[in-house]
Write a protein that binds this ligand. Sequence first.
Ligand code: NAD
Length: 245
Amino acid sequence: MAGLEGKVTVVTGAASGIGRAVAERLAVEGMHVVGVDLRAEGHVTVQADLTTREGNRQAIDAALEAHGRIDVVVPNAGVQHVSPVAEFSEDRWDQLTSLLLTSPFLLAKYAWPSLVKTGGRYVAIASIHGVVASPFKSAYIASKHGVLGLVKVLALEGAPDGVTATAVCPGYVRTPLVENQIADQAKAHGVSEDRVLEEIILAPHAVKRLVEPAEVADAVVWLLGPAGRTMTGAPLIMDQGWSAR
Ligand code: NAD
C-alpha cells in the first residue's frame, strides 16, 4: 500500500483517546476515515455499539456504502474493568470480551472481502497486556492475548492476497481509559489515588512516562506506509521497556 491519500479506513473508538488521535492523523494523511463509536464526539461518523454483531455490521456497511471499498481496519474501541477474579462480574466479562475480542473478529470478517480486493491492512490496537499480564484485569488481558492470536491467523489467511494484519501493543497511554482506572486501582491495591500513577501504573515501565496518543498514531501511519509491508502476524510493541524485564 503506497501512499495513504484517498484510501478508506474504519477506526473504532474514534471519539476519544488513541482512536481519536489515529482517526485525526489518518484524515490529515488524506484518508477517508469512517470513525465509529458509541458516542458522537471526536472523529465519529457512525454511532454504533460494538459489543453487538449489528453494531459491527453497521460500521463496515457504512464504510462500504459511503466509499465502496475498505483499505484499512483499525479495531481500537475498548474499556477496562478492574476486579479480582473471584469477584469479577460475569456480565462485565461478557461486555469486555465482546468489545475487545469479538468486535475485532467481526470487523475482520465483515471487511474481509473488501480487504482481499484492496490488498488491505488490518491494524488492531491491542496492548502490552496482549503479551504480559497484571492482576485484576482478567477479561481485558485474556481478550488482548486473543487479539494477538487473531492477527496471526489473519496474517496467514491474508498473505496470498497481500492483506497484512498486525497489533500495536503500547504500554500505558495518556487517555481517559487510564485516567478513569486510577480510583479503581487505588482501591484494589490499597494505596491513595495520587500514588497510583507513579507506584502502580508506571511501575512496570522501565521508562517512567506515559505513551502519548499521537505516538500510537505515528506507529499506525508507519505500519500503513511502505515499510509496514514487512509487518504481518506480529505485534508492534511500544511499551517503554515493560516487557524487557
Ligand atoms: P478511551 O476510553 O479514551 O477511548 C475508548 C473509546 O471506545 C471511547 O470513545 C468509547 O466511547 C469507545 N467505546 C467504548 N465502548 C464502546 C462500544 N460498546 N461501542 C463502541 N465504542 C465504544 O480509551 P483509549 O485509552 O484510547 O483505548 C483505546 C484502545 O487502546 C483500547 O482498545 C485499549 O485497550 C487500548 N490501549 C490503551 C492503553 C492505555 O493506556 N490507554 C494502553 C494499551 C492499549
